[in-house]
Design a protein around this ligand. Structure first.
Ligand code: ATP
Length: 459
């Protein structure tokens, strides 16, 4: 199973999706950079999410808040006091771990853990568990004193509560309505790892959906359904997903229902997304700390005033990328990897075809334009077609190596369509369009290529 992870990590590096960060300086542990294809993939996820939940809905608006906020925000939200994980240290090798992540079991007595031997040195000599705060600190201004401490936000959510009044005063929304935000969050994780699954800098897509208390269950069900549909469209197989209702006693005290959406990663079943009913906990806390009234007044009935309750669906961007890559990865052996139109091996093919079967909307490159040979006459036509198609789709132009190798490369990065300009093109003004999944090729007139691809992509 670990191989599945290795396949993704190495394809990500080899094909320009995700690189180890600062690699020429030896890297920075568990820090990753998105390369030219990774950024396209990640942007597709964020843009589709925004289109679906902000642009296509009349009841949700977006914000883009600062990463650094007044530290009082984190006092009010409880993060400075409570945003902590248990930490144990191996007395022998001094490596630190979150006990639950290395198979530790929490005992009845709070703070007490039974922990298996150290995954690093194999000895079983642990310090007592201590609570470690995950907030990442820095200083604003020229002096590094306590008055200048600020924190990188550990979630995008709080800004939606803090900006609640400004949004109400300027946009006058009617409950139910939501605020959405996509952006970076930072956590000083004790045990980062598993590629982009758990990092200290990551991205979230979050919605705070404000409702009347009596309606919370109906909205909770709606969001659960929306998250399921999103996962389906991301190409995630239902059988690997688990919707875990967090039982009483394990949920945050203010939440009447929380569902963790977990996925069977190659390294085990872990959280992918979350959905929580947070009551009016956050708005009440900010109202109390800031002394600013955050009560909602119904614009149609000024006597109808209340503090809205909140349903919070939250999506990790990087975990979405990881899961999309894990689901898309396929290895096919010959003869499946033969061109279905001719039954012939594609020239230059290897015995195994690695193909990323991303849903088409998600693929970082939609069309590759490939002249069959480096002949000027073919290149001229191919370049002009590439130029034209680039107005509409993310396209690549590639004239290096054999056509078979070029098809394999496009398969590996998940490009749904390859358009090949060959010698017949010069006579008949047509090209072949090759389908990534079936490897079938069809001849299409140059003037119809754009329309045909458009139809195939968005059918
Ligand atoms: P976990 O239990 O895995 O630590 P969490 O319950 O702390 O996650 P939330 O606070 O609910 O996570 O954050 C919302 C979402 O943000 C998660 O569902 C996940 O997709 C993403 N996320 C959280 N922490 C990280 C991280 N360190 N690296 C990458 N993504 C993360």
């Amino acid at each position: 199973m670990e191989d599945a992870m290795q396949n993704i990590v190495s394809l990500a590096k080899r094909r320009g999706f995700v690189f180890p960060s600062s690699e020429i300086y030896g890297g920075l542990a568990n820090t990753w950079d998105y390369g030219p294809l990774g950024v396209e993939l990640k942007n597709n996820i964020k843009q589709e999410w925004w289109r679906r939940f902000v642009h296509r809905r009349a009841d949700i608006m977006g914000i883009d808040a600062a990463l650094l906020m007044n530290p009082k925000v984190w006092e009010a939200s409880g993060h400075l006091k409570n945003f902590q994980d248990p930490l144990v240290e191996c007395r022998m090798c001094h490596r630190r771990f979150r006990p639950d992540e290395i198979g530790g079991i929490s005992e009845e007595r709070p703070g007490s853990w039974t922990v298996p031997p150290c995954p690093n040195c194999g000895l079983n000599e642990w310090t007592d568990a201590v609570q470690f705060n995950l907030m990442l600190k820095t200083f604003l201004g020229s002096t590094e004193d306590a008055a200048n401490i600020v924190y990188f936000r550990p979630e995008t959510a709080q800004a939606m509560f803090v900006d609640f009044k400004n949004v109400m005063d300027t946009m006058h929304p009617r409950v139910p309505f939501g605020l959405a935000q996509v952006g970076k969050a930072f956590r000083n994780e004790i045990t980062p790892g598993n590629f982009i699954f758990r990092t200290r800098e990551f991205e979230q897509m979050e919605i705070e959906y404000f409702v009347r208390e009596k309606d919370w269950e109906e909205h909770f069900e709606h969001w659960l359904e929306e998250m399921k549909l999103w996962l389906k469209d991301l190409g995630v197989s239902e059988k690997k997903l688990h919707y875990v209702d967090i039982p009483d006693g394990e949920r945050a005290h203010y939440s009447k229902r929380t569902v963790d959406i977990e996925y069977e990663y190659p390294f085990g079943q872990e959280e992918l997304y979350g959905l929580a009913y947070r009551g009016d906990f956050d708005l009440q806390n900010h109202m109390h700390e800031s002394k600013v009234d955050l009560t909602y007044t119904n614009p149609e009935d000024p006597k109808d005033k209340f503090v809205p309750h909140v349903i919070e669906p939250t999506w990790g961007v990087d975990r979405s990328v990881l899961v999309a890559m894990l689901e898309a990865y396929h290895e096919e052996q010959a003869p499946t990897a033969r061109s279905k139109s001719s039954g012939q091996a594609e020239e230059g093919e290897s015995a195994t075809r690695v193909v990323m079967k991303f849903p088409k909307w998600l693929a970082p490159v939609k069309v590759a334009v490939l002249p069959l040979s480096k002949k000027d006459s073919l290149n001229r036509v191919a370049k002009s077609l590439h130029q034209k198609l680039s107005e509409r789709f993310v396209c690549e132009y590639d004239e290096t190596q054999s056509i078979g190798k070029r098809y394999r490369r496009q398969d590996e990065i998940g490009t749904p369509f390859a358009v090949t300009v060959d010698f017949e093109t010069l006579e008949k003004d047509d090209v072949t369009i090759r389908d990534r999944d079936t490897m079938k090729q069809e001849r299409v007139k140059i003037k119809d290529v754009e329309k045909t691809i458009e139809k195939k992509l968005y059918a």
